[in-house]
Each structure stands twice: as structure tokens, then as C-alpha cells.
Design a protein around this ligand. Structure first.
Ligand SMILES: Nc1ncnc2c1ncn2[C@@H]1O[C@H](COP(=O)(O)OP(=O)(O)OP(=O)(O)O)[C@@H](O)[C@H]1O
Ligand SMILES: [Mg+2]
Length: 465
């Protein structure tokens, strides 16, 4: 309610007339906007045009509830309560901060005055700052969690022809912005490949943010992915929190174990993938992001679609460039090279050289490796610790994988199993020759002294590809 004018008359200010007051209002640096009780805009100062980029003549006489129905001034006409703080103008896409108060004539509200400034740049800078801070926290957390350095394609161990094909495709798609879906059994190196794709993409200097969809509880996944506003739910951090999608802005988001996401979340994810925009939990403002998506799973998504546990439309969205990683048992030609890489690594850790006995090599080539490369790595780590000298023998392997028959104890124990033994030794020889000749087949068959036809025959028979 009006409390009367706080003004006096002096010789320089003989009178406080309309023109003088308008001149003052026009020169105020913040926007001053006045509406009447119908929300008709009755006054806007010059700062309005300068700050909002809209000529004053275009808005004078128009109704604010038609232009900006969510504006606080409209609410004030109803409540009579002055407000202070930030607001977002949907019609112009800018963030503002200021205050608004009602105008009274007697007891009746006849209008509302709003003064505010454009703080879009500040909000943007703040968002960048929050992102940088969030990414720094995330990377710190990751560093603490893993001792693994990211591998790029060059360091990706593997000569197998099917794997090479996958890697070539991966290198090709890495340069684009396409969504990549990495499929393969547990431990085949899906994450390693995801990092390689990111590292050889144009976004390599930008963050690669991993989300393990299987590890986040259902009720937290939405806020993990999209972030939340201040006070969105009990237990929420003050000031809100950025979600993984915002942290990944301008970089890559790696959605690991995508097959373990609930149908509700799948629907939300689909929208982000399609529109590249979302709202934070408890927020109304739409956040736009520029992200590259890499997803991975060891699940059979197609059979999940059949069962109705995975959305077909999401699958099509993700399955633009599928990269299939071959299980280790189907690329045994890489097994010894991989083993060598890991042995060198563990040899440095235990402080002495390490090698595999011929029995262990034979066992490795026959074993199924359900846990793939990760299992190989773990088996060798275990063995390198248990074995106190150079040669790793069968008994140094973890009990869970040690074959329980005596087949591996010694060839001498079963001197008459000629066929089996010959086949095993032959397969072993071919694999070692392939490794020694860097998978060059012509050189390998020469080294083995066999013809091309016999050589390919044997590759087929022993499942070496
Ligand atoms: N080509 C490779 N060269 C060297 N090490 C590898 C290679 N591929 C995978 N590894 C190692 O094998 C382990 C498993 O790899 P990764 O975590 O990428 O597998 P994954 O397919 O994501 O497994 P999961 O399905 O269980 O999540 C890691 O320790 C990784 O460093
Ligand atoms: Mg993984």
C-alpha cells in the first residue's frame, strides 16, 4: 500500500512531474515493466528493448498472460505478495533476476511492477562451472576406483580376423557422431572398446561419462541421469545436482548395462535420445545437451524385446552401428598374446619373469573362458601371486578353473591317447606359430611347413579364425 512520496522540492527539483519520472525510469539499467489488473502491459522502460531485444512499442497494450503466462507478475495480481529472485522467461528463453510488487488503489490491486535484469550469461557460465566441477568430481571418483588406463585402438590387443573387422568398424564410426551399441558377453572388453571409440572421436578432449544402468537403484536413476533442482526430494543436495547427461554435455555418455534398465526409464531415455533435451527432477526448465551416446550390454536385447522387457523403439534408436565383440573362446588365436600382455604386467608387479608351462597353454586353449578377457586376467593375476618361480603350472591356477580329471597332469600318464594328443599339440603349435608370425597366415604356413589347403583345413577343424 502506498505510504506517500519520499521526495522534497529544491531549486533543482522544483517539481516531480510525469516527464521527470519517466526520464528516470527510462534511464534505469534494469528492465521496469508495469501491468494493470488485466495483465495489460501499460509501461516498459527503454532497458526493456535493450535487454530483451523486443521494441517497447511491440508490447505496450498487449496482455502479459498471452505472452508469458507463467510470469510472476500475474501471480502477484492474485496474491498481492511481492516476490524477489530468479525466473525463466519461456517466451524469450532467458533467465532473469529481480523483484515484483503489487500496486494498490485503496484496497484494490490495480497492477504490478516488475524490475529485473537478464542473467542468462551468468546462468550459462554457472552451468559451465557446475559442469566442470561435476566432471572434475566424477573423474576424481573414477581415478580412485580404477587403476586401468584407457586403451585406444592401437593398444587393443587382438589379431583375430573377426575382432579386427569390429575394430575397423569401430574406428570408422568413432569419427562420426553416431550412436554406438556394443554387444558381447561379460568381460570381452566392451568398456575398453567404448573408451577407445571416445578417445579416437572428435570429442576426445571432452568428458566421457559412464553410467552403470544396472548399479543404480530404480528410484535414483532418474536423478542420476537428469539431475535435480534444489529441494526436489528429501535428502536432495542443497543447490541441486547435475545429472550424468549434463556432465557429458559436449562429450560422450556411456550407458553401460543398458539391458538392465526398467521399462519406465527406457521410455525416459528414449525421449532424451530423440530430442537431446530433458528436465531435471523437480524442475520445469528444459535442458538441452549435445552428446554422443555409446551403449553396451551383455544381454540379448532382441530376445528381451520378444519378452516385452526391452522397448523395440529404443533398440532401433541404439542399434544404429552395432559392434559385436567375439567371445574369447571363439578367438583363441588371440589368447596367448593377451596372456603374454597380462603376464608382462604381472611380472613387473611380482618382480620376476613369468611364463606358462606347456600344460597351462594347452589347458588355456581348451578352456571355455565364460568370463572372457577379464577371467583370463584374473586367472593370471591369481597364478602370478601363487607361483613363486618363473613357470606357471596347472596347480597355480585358481581351484575353480583347475580341470578335475588327470588329463592335464601329464601326457605321459595316457601314452596311448595318440589322436587326442596329436590334435592338441597340433592346435597348440598352429596357435603359437600364428602368434610368432603376428597372425600373418602365409608366413605361418611356411613356418609350419604345410600347404595352404591343409593349413585352412586345420584352422577350421580347431576353430581358429
Ligand atoms: N583387448 C584388450 N586388451 C587388453 N585388455 C583388455 C582387452 N579387452 C578387455 N581387456 C581387459 O579385460 C577386462 C574386462 O574388460 P571390460 O571391462 O571392458 O569388459 P566388459 O565387456 O565391459 O565386461 P562386463 O560385461 O562384465 O561389464 C578389463 O580389465 C580390461 O582391461
Ligand atoms: Mg562392462
Amino acid at each position: 500500500m502506498s505510504t506517500g512520496a519520499h521526495a522534497v522540492i529544491t531549486s533543482d527539483f522544483p517539481r516531480w512531474d510525469r516527464e521527470l519520472l519517466f526520464e528516470i525510469l527510462d534511464n534505469i539499467q534494469d528492465v521496469v515493466l508495469i501491468i494493470d489488473s488485466n495483465t495489460t502491459i501499460v509501461y516498459a522502460n527503454e532497458a526493456y528493448a535493450r535487454i530483451l531485444g523486443v521494441p517497447v512499442t511491440k508490447v505496450l497494450g498487449r496482455r502479459l498472460d498471452k505472452i508469458e503466462p507463467e510470469a510472476e507478475a500475474i501471480e502477484i495480481l492474485r496474491t498481492g505478495k511481492p516476490t524477489k529472485g530468479g525466473d525463466y522467461l519461456d517466451s524469450l528463453g532467458i533467465d532473469v533476476v529481480g523483484s515484483s510488487f503489487p500496486l494498490y488503489h485503496g484496497e484494490r490491486i490495480i497492477g504490478c511492477v516488475s524490475t529485473f535484469k537478464n542473467i542468462t550469461e551468468v546462468v550459462e557460465l554457472n552451468r559451465e562451472l557446475q559442469q566442470t566441477k561435476g566432471v572434475a568430481d566424477y573423474l576424481k571418483e573414477q581415478l580412485e576406483q580404477s587403476e586401468q588406463l584407457p586403451l585406444s585402438f592401437k593398444e587393443y590387443v587382438g589379431q583375430n580376423s573377426r575382432l579386427k573387422e569390429t575394430l575397423l568398424l569401430a574406428a570408422k564410426v568413432a569419427r562420426t557422431n553416431s550412436t554406438v551399441l556394443i554387444l558381447g558377453e561379460s568381460g570381452v572388453g566392451k568398456e575398453v572398446l567404448a573408451r577407445a571409440v571416445h578417445n579416437s572421436s572428435r570429442r576426445t578432449d571432452k568428458p566421457l561419462i559412464k553410467v552403470n544402468c544396472a548399479a543404480i537403484p530404480e528410484d535414483l536413476i532418474e536423478s542420476e541421469l537428469f539431475g535435480y533442482e534444489d529441494g526436489a526430494f528429501t535428502g536432495a543436495k542443497k543447490g541441486g545436482k547435475l545429472g550424468k547427461f549434463e556432465l557429458a554435455h559436449s562429450g560422450t555418455i556411456f550407458l553401460d548395462e543398458i539391458g538392465d534398465m526398467s521399462l519406465t526409464m527406457q521410455a525416459k531415455l528414449l525421449r532424451v535420445l530423440q530430442e537431446k533435451e530433458f528436465e531435471r527432477v523437480g524442475g520445469t526448465k528444459t535442458v538441452k545437451v549435445d552428446i554422443r551416446v555409446i551403449a553396451a550390454t551383455n544381454r540379448d536385447l532382441e530376445s528381451m524385446i520378444e519378452k516385452g522387457t526391452f522397448r523395440r523403439d529404443l533398440y532401433y534408436r541404439l542399434n544404429i552401428v552395432p559392434l559385436n565383440l567375439t567371445p574369447l573362446r571363439e578367438r583363441k588365436d588371440d589368447l596367448l598374446t593377451l596372456a603374454k600382455t597380462f603376464l608382462n604386467q604381472f611380472a613387473r608387479e611380482v618382480g620376476h619373469e613369468l611364463e606358462l608351462s606347456s600344460q597351462v597353454v594347452r589347458f588355456f586353449l581348451e578352456y571355455d573362458w565364460p568370463g572372457n578377457i577379464r577371467e583370463l586376467q584374473n586367472v593370471l593375476e591369481h597364478a602370478s601371486i601363487v607361483c613363486s618361480n618363473k613357470t606357471i603350472e596347472i596347480q597355480h591356477l585358481p581351484a575353480r578353473v583347475i580341470p578335475n580329471n588327470d588329463e592335464y597332469s601329464s601326457v605321459k600318464d595316457r601314452p596311448y591317447a595318440v589322436k587326442e594328443t596329436v590334435a592338441r599339440v597340433e592346435k597348440e603349435l598352429i596357435l603359437s606359430a600364428l602368434v610368432a608370425n603376428n597372425n600373418n597366415r602365409t608366413k605361418t604356413m611356411k613356418a609350419l611347413g604345410i600347404s595352404r589347403r591343409v593349413f585352412y583345413d586345420k584352422l577350421l577343424r580347431y576353430g581358429i579364425g
